[in-house]
Write a protein that binds this ligand. Sequence first.
Ligand SMILES: NC(=O)C1=CN([C@@H]2O[C@H](COP(=O)(O)OP(=O)(O)OC[C@H]3O[C@@H](n4cnc5c(N)ncnc54)[C@H](O)[C@@H]3O)[C@@H](O)[C@H]2O)[C@H](O)CC1
Ligand SMILES: [K+]
Length: 207
Amino acid sequence: MYIVTAKEMYEIDRFAIEEGGGMAGKLLMENAGSQVAHHIKEDYAIDQKIAIVIGGGNNGGDGFVIARYLVDTGFDVSLFQLVTDEKIKGDSAYHKQLWINRSGVIEHVTEASQLQKRLRAFDIVVDAILGIGVSGRIREPIRNMIAVINQLDIIRIAVDIPSGLPANDDEDVDIAVKANRTFIIEAPKVSAFCEPTSKYYGGLGSN
Ligand SMILES: NC(=O)C1=CN([C@@H]2O[C@H](COP(=O)(O)OP(=O)(O)OC[C@H]3O[C@@H](n4cnc5c(N)ncnc54)[C@H](O)[C@@H]3O)[C@@H](O)[C@H]2O)[C@H](O)CC1
Ligand SMILES: [K+]
């Protein structure tokens, strides 16, 4: 197993996309999301109600893929987009469209209080808000949304990295999802093995 910094992970992805035989970003995202969905299917009961919360980067794109695979498996899934439509771009926009084509519904949530009310009805929240692209102090309304997710009595499953947590060990934690479980994409990031960041991951699952 190799452990990577955010910079190394981006370089591995760039190589896979540009020099590694044309493996496109959309396919990397498809593989990442399908693997996470596979693990959820293996580890959680089919009657669990699942909410997937989506942010504006590729981590959110993974969320759209996870939603599609979980619905195909028979899970009851609801998808909450926490950013405006303009923020969903590139590979993520492609997978959002596949979700829509699959008759998937998207609920837009703009305020933390709204998210709090909606998430009460669920057993599991899949955190696809922020991945390794996070930088600096977490901005509103995402900041309060993370606080709400941490307060609720719900199983928190993080995609790649708990949202808000830095991938490396050279930055302070502002606020981050306190996950029960994190399914890492491709390779674990440095913060999974450092203090005080490792405790945010909960149990580690890998692709
Ligand atoms: N093989 C792989 O490793 C793959 C990984 N994938 C996933 O992609 C993410 C990294 O995606 P990226 O778009 O670079 O970054 P993020 O998703 O983390 O989000 C960027 C997004 O977040 C906003 N943002 C940044 N900092 C803050 C802040 N402090 N407060 C609020 N918002 C913030 C920014 O504006 C952007 O909109 C990786 O973790 C994997 O999950 C792909 O699936 C490809 C394969
Ligand atoms: K995440």
